[in-house]
Design a binder for this molecule. Structure first.
Ligand SMILES: O=C(O)CCC(=O)C(=O)O
Ligand SMILES: [Fe+2]
Length: 195
């Protein structure tokens, strides 16, 4: 990997700030916003059902369903725009993906809490490829056991973040709420589901 590792120890994270040009990214944002089957899903939090603070959709190879934060998602078939993005991401990541979780953060009040992408279905040291379009948002990683240090990144329009190695064991990540952003952001995390 020619990019610099952003994590000081216990994992790997690499940022490609401009995998896609601004013009490509504008088109992808608009198409993903319009063509995706967005839904707001409930999630169990301390035994209570609450709505997730974002819209989501799950796409992927037909034989790979996925359980994420307690919800099992049936994948929709890859469409043209996702296939185009996936092909470019696979060549940057040097790895093939089976599935994609799409997240639509409608504004700065939409968010994702601290978690690790450590489901057994992803294997021991998964590569997670995270592409962002639309409003730039701050993404945070922090060491899981120590809750520090915190590494903050700006995920800008057309960027790719790769998390690899032992990151999902030792680091958790989040997309915090912010009052500074009024515009939407669409994120796609490509994953490889093994079974
Ligand atoms: O929106 C982001 O950048 C984070 C998404 C994420 O962590 C996930 O889908 O697991
Ligand atoms: Fe995640």
């Amino acid at each position: 990997m020619t990019e610099n590792n952003l994590l000081p120890f216990d994992g790997e994270a690499y940022l490609f700030p401009q995998l896609f040009t601004a013009a490509e990214s504008d088109t992808f944002f608009r198409r993903l916003q319009q063509e995706t089957a967005w839904k707001q899903e409930p999630i169990k939090m301390f035994g209570k059902e609450v709505m997730q603070p974002r819209l989501t959709a799950w796409y992927g190879d037909a034989d790979k369903s996925y359980t994420y934060s307690g919800i099992t998602m049936q994948p929709r078939a890859w469409n043209e725009v996702l296939t185009t993005i996936k092909t470019k991401v696979e060549s940057a990541a040097q790895q093939v993906f089976s599935s994609a979780l799409l997240n639509y953060y409608r504004n700065g009040q939409d968010s994702m809490g601290w978690h690790r992408d450590n489901e057994k279905q992803l294997g021991i040291n998964p590569v997670i490829a995270s592409v962002s379009f639309g409003a730039a948002r701050t993404f945070k990683l922090r060491h899981y056991e120590k809750k520090a240090p915190v590494v903050s990144l700006e995920l800008t329009h057309g960027s790719l973040l790769l998390m690899a190695g032992t990151t999902q064991h030792h680091w958790e990540h989040a997309l915090p709420k912010t009052t500074k952003v009024q515009e939407g952001r669409i994120n796609i995390t490509f994953r490889k589901i093994l079974y």
